[in-house]
Design a protein around this ligand. Structure first.
Ligand SMILES: Cc1cc2nc3c(=O)[nH]c(=O)nc-3n(C[C@H](O)[C@H](O)[C@H](O)COP(=O)(O)OP(=O)(O)OC[C@H]3O[C@@H](n4cnc5c(N)ncnc54)[C@H](O)[C@@H]3O)c2cc1C
Length: 414
């Protein structure tokens, strides 16, 4: 048995929650990241933590919406020219998942990871003395045209079947709930019983400090390669080389690169999203509010009002597109006409996205001691605590109680 610590690659929210779950099981744990904890995708998300975000992106009929998503008024979806070759394959796999049967099966798997998220965050954050960073909230799905909204659509049906408490409200009730929201919105579906992070980046920092206090070692270094030497995995970094009997890959959108030299290919794309944040907004928002046309989510964070969205498939290192932030600013003003945009901060992050909205979770093929915990798409904040616990069971050699077969890292291998 190797006496090297179990090594988690990546200190985003997924890597941090993995380290916490492992140290709670009594393991010696090391985390390697080139940056301080939580400085990439986990920094700037929309903060939605929900047991009911269990509807995959690939739903029946999604193909009909693509032209509007790419070329309509709000253009939430775009693909950079260099990404089209990989996108075509990814997109075909995505579209093939768009049947009711597949959506329901995927939803069951998503539910495994999402259902306990609020309770797990509350426990971790209370232990870390920062319970304030997660607040009870509803998800307000706001519609400009409320005439066709029904709770019997498949996505709301799936949520209700899983136990979500939903309510369809009209313009007056919406006004009373979120007074700052534009009167253009005529109806909303309230998804009750959720929570929201008031500072996702601080959650990462606080939980990393908590993990360090429990004994997790954090190393700041850029990982260059991973290889096997006898029973050990060898992690070559820019400054140092580390050895470990077990490695968990939690490098988010960068996970694919470290696996390719081992002959493992996964259809993981960087689905970039943006946010704009306003430190002195002069308005308040009580819940997570989604503009269902523009596909953006607004929320009041500790740093101000944050409006997050856009799905831009692009190479990992492509520069930010300032037109996306400008678009988000226009959408933010359209949603909240009294919003003060002075002091705007902009941000871009890379969702690690598989075509089926599920992460890769578990041992990677025949590579003993090598585990995947990456690819959490739009749901990484909420899925991180439970996927950390599940992978900690796998690493400990105890099969998890939950059915994680749909998240097999090799599920796309042909
Ligand atoms: C606009 C937007 C809104 C979102 N809203 C929500 C939401 O409301 N709720 C939700 O649940 N999810 C949301 N998400 C998704 C969520 O943010 C991601 O799924 C999650 O942050 C992924 O976490 P991660 O730890 O896997 O990746 P990351 O946070 O990206 O962490 C990966 C880490 O790997 C490190 N790394 C990479 N390569 C190397 C290397 N070679 N050497 C060393 N370190 C390396 C990076 O520095 C980084 O710290 C949103 C995402 C976006 C973009």
């Amino acid at each position: 048995m190797s006496d090297h610590p179990i090594t988690v690659l990546g200190a985003g929210i997924v890597g941090i929650c993995t380290a916490l779950a492992l140290v709670e099981k009594g393991h010696a744990v090391r985390v390697i990241d080139r940056k301080a904890p939580g400085q990439e995708t986990s920094f700037g998300n929309a903060g939605v933590i929900s047991p009911w975000s269990v509807v995959p992106q690939a739903m029946p009929g999604v193909w009909k919406q693509i032209p509007n998503l790419m070329f309509g008024t709000y253009k939430p979806l775009s693909v950079r020219a260099q990404s089209w070759p990989r996108m075509l394959r990814w997109g075909l796999t995505f579209l093939r998942r768009g049947t009711e049967e597949q959506a329901r099966a995927t939803s069951d798997a998503m539910s495994v990871l999402c259902a306990p998220s609020i309770d797990l965050y509350r426990r971790y954050l209370t232990d870390a003395g920062a319970a304030r960073l997660v607040k009870d909230a509803m998800y307000v799905h706001a519609f400009r045209d409320g005439s066709n909204v029904t709770l019997s659509s498949l996505d709301y049906t799936i949520r209700r079947e899983k136990g979500a408490d939903l309510e369809l409200i009209g313009a007056d009730a919406l006004r009373a709930l979120e007074p700052a929201l534009s009167h253009d919105f005529q109806a909303a579906v309230l998804v009750k019983g959720q929570a929201r992070a008031t500072a996702p980046e601080q959650i990462c920092q606080v939980l990393a400090q908590h993990a360090a206090a429990l004994g997790v070692e954090f190393e700041r270094d850029a990982i260059q390669s991973l290889s096997k030497d006898g029973a050990d995995w060898v992690i070559r970094c820019e400054a140092q080389t580390f050895r470990a009997a077990s490695v968990v890959i939690a490098l988010g959108a960068w996970s694919r690169d470290v696996l390719r030299p081992l002959g493992v290919t996964v259809p993981l794309m960087a689905e970039r999203g943006y946010h704009v944040e306003y430190p002195l907004p002069q308005i308040d928002i009580a819940n997570s509010v989604m503009d269902t046309d523009a596909k953006v989510v607004a929320s009041a964070m500790e740093g101000g009002v944050r409006v997050a969205g856009q799905a831009e498939f692009a190479p990992l290192d492509a520069p930010e597109d300032p037109r996306k932030s400008a678009r988000l600013r226009r959408i933010a003003k359209a949603m909240f006409p009294d919003l003060d945009t002075e002091g705007e901060k902009t941000w871009m992050g890379r969702r690690p996205s598989f075509p089926d909205s599920l992460p890769a979770l578990g041992q990677i093929g025949h590579h003993e001691g090598l585990f995947a915990n990456f690819g959490h798409c739009h749901y990484g904040l909420m899925m991180a605590p439970k996927s950390g616990q599940i992978i900690a069971s796998c690493v400990s050699g105890r099969p998890p109680n939950e059915d994680i077969r749909r998240m097999n890292p090799m599920r796309f291998a042909t």
